[in-house]
Design a protein around this ligand. Structure first.
Ligand SMILES: Nc1nc2c(ncn2[C@@H]2O[C@H](COP(=O)(O)OP(=O)(O)OP(=O)(O)O)[C@@H](O)[C@H]2O)c(=O)[nH]1
Length: 600
């Protein structure tokens, strides 16, 4: 049967983190019957290892679900999964550009939170049909009427339309498909006589090359046709088109409105750009589609391979990862202590950690990362202005007339009893309270301006802990403000290690220097000589620790007996060795480089 575009629905599920998107997606997949119960592994859409371990969605994934509706017709419902963490709102906007509708999921025990609102605004920007869904109604703490009130008041949606479900037990989930068919419009375009599609993602397959994920807006596409990317005019012959149904399902043809993939022997990774328009040489469209909102990296760090001869591998791994993570940016960099590497830009600290973990696990390169930094604006005494994101670029303080740092506007939604705690944490992180308002009788939205540099560290974790998990947070960048910055250096065994330097507010420098020196003392193994570790601002030493000389037999403290424990210890030591970097005459383990950022 040939698919009619009237029978296609493209939708996303948007929600605050942990409100149950992945669980609901799994349920919908299960209900559609595209895979057997036996193959239904837990949390299918969160397939990346890191996602499973951390229980958060990072990459959006697509799945096409067949559904026979009450009108007897078969529909193809394309679900585009979206991540929930603030760092990844860029991925959300990409997914939404390919949809006509969205389910907005609200946890019945948590209610509307900061990212529920932020994601709703994104969906409205894309003119999507929005269907409210209240999840976790099985929980004893579920308060359905309260959640409905918030859907009316905070989101401005009709709560009578809300579908009540438990993604966990499956209650109510079967109603969702029918409502999607009725409330979300089919794709509108399609018959303009040319071919136009939007690349919203891509990944690399070792056997097939680059696999492009796309949404077709005009025309249709078959194997053998010649596509052309609008950004660089590169042309390729299509080898396969198909749908994502957990595995790739090749199809004879994909039509306007569909979401799927094509393979075209694309070996040159840089030819595929997320947000690019695809057309065909003989059915060319004259204008590219508006791409996505450009991701703006806010945190920068340099990456170096632990073994210098792994540089080529790192280069290749970054190229491949970039294909799957358009928001990652990088350029060549070098360090006196660590040799050749890359300066990379990230959407936030979680993004940085995810990239590091993916490079290490999926591409097998051991890495050292330098202290993350935001972008600072430096005005020199001669009037020139420069933006820097790397402590090594920090000029001699005598040449500086002014430094400004980026601030964010933060919106924090909490039950009002945590108001005092939130105030305190924000002040600790150099924040300034702007205003607050009650959303309901006991929940409030508090607005702050905070320095981005503070927020990228541990702000989110601290906020969660002082609000017992009830505080939710969303932010946008709000320009630069003047600041009192210093460059904090670390000197190990008399050598300044450039890769450890950090830019930090003067008021925080001493405390950071003290904790960092302690951490370094714990992380750097003893060697055959005494190692002084110092924190310094310019020529002034502000903290100091010493690692005493070596005790050779690491197993000595195991007091005979337990041979397996001894072996474990030796193995651990051996593994540790591989992750060591010689800096001057001192071996520094990979873990030491990030430990200097920890504040407790
Ligand atoms: N009791 C109950 N728990 C649920 C329900 N739906 C999801 N959960 C649980 O809530 C937690 C978060 O669910 P996820 O599906 O991972 O949440 P998510 O919104 O996808 O989170 P991200 O992928 O990080 O954005 C998990 O522990 C789920 O088991 C539900 O209907 N009832």
């Amino acid at each position: 049967m040939k698919l009619n575009k009237k029978n296609i629905r493209n939708f996303s599920i948007i929600a605050h983190i942990d409100h149950g998107k992945s669980t609901l997606s799994d349920r919908l997949i299960q209900l559609s019957g595209i895979i057997s119960e036996r193959d239904m592994k837990e949390q299918i859409l969160d397939s990346m290892d890191i996602e499973r371990e951390r229980g958060i969605t990072i990459k959006s994934q697509t799945v096409s679900l067949p559904y026979t509706a009450q009108d007897g017709k078969t529909y193809l419902l394309n679900l585009i999964d979206t991540p929930g963490h603030v760092d990844f709102s860029y991925e959300v906007s990409r997914a939404l550009a390919s949809c006509e509708g969205a389910l907005i999921l609200v946890d019945a025990s948590q209610g509307v939170e900061a990212q529920t609102l932020a994601n709703l605004y994104l969906a409205m920007e894309h003119d999507l049909a929005i269907i409210p869904v209240i999840n976790k109604i099985d929980l004893p703490s579920a308060e359905i009427e309260w959640a409905k009130e918030q859907i009316e008041e905070d989101l401005g949606l009709d709560s009578d339309d809300a579908i009540l479900v438990s993604a966990k037990t499956g209650i109510g989930v079967d109603k969702i498909f029918e409502i999607i068919v009725k409330k979300i419009p089919p794709p509108v375009s399609g018959d303009a006589g040319f071919f136009k599609a939007l690349v919203f993602d891509s990944h690399y397959d070792a056997f097939r090359g680059t696999i492009v994920h796309f949404r077709i807006f005009e025309g249709s596409i078959k194997k053998g046709e010649k596509i052309q990317f609008m950004s660089n005019n590169a042309q390729y012959k299509v080898e396969e088109v198909g749908l994502f149904q957990i595995v790739r399902q090749p199809q004879d043809e994909l039509i306007a409105g569909q979401v799927g993939y094509f393979i075209a022997g694309i070996k040159n990774i840089s030819d595929v750009k997320i947000g690019d328009t695809v057309t065909m040489a003989d059915k060319r469209c004259d204008k590219a589609m508006a791409g996505f909102r450009e991701p703006t990296p806010v945190v920068f760090s340099s990456m170096y391979p632990v073994a210098s001869d792994d540089y080529e591998e790192l280069t290749e791994a970054l190229e491949k990862l970039k294909l799957n993570d358009a928001s990652l940016i990088y350029e060549k960099d070098s360090s006196v202590a660590l040799g050749f590497g890359y300066r990379c830009g990230f959407l936030g600290l979680l993004h940085l950690e995810v990239v590091q973990e993916r490079l290490e696990r999926e591409y097998n390169v051991s890495l050292i990362l330098t202290s993350p930094s935001v972008m600072y604006e430096i005005t020199y005494t001669d009037g020139t202005i420069k933006i820097i994101d790397n402590p090594v670029q920090y000029p001699d303080p005598a040449e500086i007339s002014r430094v400004r740092e980026p601030f964010i506007k933060a919106s924090i939604i909490v039950p009002d009893k945590y108001m005092g705690n939130v105030m305190q944490v924000c002040h600790e992180f150099r924040g300034v309270s702007k205003n607050y308002q009650y959303l309901t009788s006991n929940r409030m939205e508090m607005k702050f301006e905070l320095p981005l540099a503070e927020v990228v560290y541990e702000f989110y974790d601290r906020l969660k802990s002082v609000t017992q998990g009830y505080g939710s947070f969303d932010y946008e960048i709000a320009g630069y403000q003047e600041t009192d910055l210093v460059k904090l250096d670390f000197i190990i065994n008399g050598e300044r290690v450039d890769a450890l330097s950090q830019l930090i507010h003067r008021d925080k420098a001493e405390a950071r220097a003290r904790t960092a020196c302690k951490k370094l003392r714990e992380e750097i193994p003893r060697q055959q000589f005494k190692i002084p570790i110092q924190g310094a601002i310019g020529g002034k030493i502000i903290s100091r620790e010493t690692i005493s000389a070596f005790r050779k037999d690491v197993t000595a403290k195991c007091y005979g007996g337990d041979i397996s424990r001894k072996r474990k210890l030796l193995e651990k030591q051996k593994k540790g060795k591989k992750r060591m970097k010689m800096v001057g005459s001192v071996e520094i383990p990979q873990s030491a480089f990030l430990s200097v950022l920890k504040t407790d």
